[in-house]
Design a protein around this ligand. Structure first.
Ligand code: HEC
Length: 131
């Protein structure tokens, strides 16, 4: 094999190792949910203050983060989670457009958490796949 050929196969082998890091991992989901949690706190305040601009901005952040989450569910072929995630996106889109309600967004979280979220002893959360 030529040096060129060797470096190509080395490159390819390297890519096989690296590629999964770019696909949708549980880490991506965790990161998205942490932003969602923070955003919901901000939205709660915006809702109390009737701050329309902040409600729209927060709604858009939720749309973005749940779009990331949707890729996770799709790549794991989890149809029910995809559907619940879609309902959250729809409610967040309405909020971003100024036509939705904060409470309507919040109402979409629990169903999925009951099925797929597990609280660990240290108080952190992780994905629960066994059901
Ligand atoms: C389709 C499923 C699904 C929907 C819908 C969903 N979540 Fe989650 N959420 C999860 C899963 C699974 C986890 C645990 C994964 C993790 O955090 O590693 C999680 C974790 C979280 C966490 C903990 C993050 C951490 O690790 O500290 C927060 C906060 C959170 N979700 C907020 C929300 C809120 C608010 C909504 C609704 C606006 C929502 N989620 C909607 C599936 C969902």
């Amino acid at each position: 094999m030529t040096t060129f050929g060797k470096s190509i196969s080395f490159l390819l082998a390297g890519m096989l190792v690296i590629v999964p890091a770019f696909s949708q991992s549980e880490e991506d989901l965790d990161k998205a949910m942490k932003i969602v949690g923070k955003t919901m706190g901000e939205l709660r305040k915006a809702n109390e203050a009737k701050d329309a601009a902040a409600l729209k901005a927060g709604g858009q952040t939720l749309v973005d983060q749940f779009t990331i989450a949707a890729k996770f569910w799709a790549s794991h072929k989890m149809a029910d989670a995809t559907e619940m995630n879609g309902k959250t996106i729809a409610a967040a889109k309405a909020l971003a457009a100024g036509t939705g309600e904060f409470a309507a967004v919040g109402a979409t979280c629990k169903g999925c958490h009951d099925l797929y979220r597990e609280k660990l002893a240290d108080g952190s959360y992780k994905l629960k796949m066994s059901h």
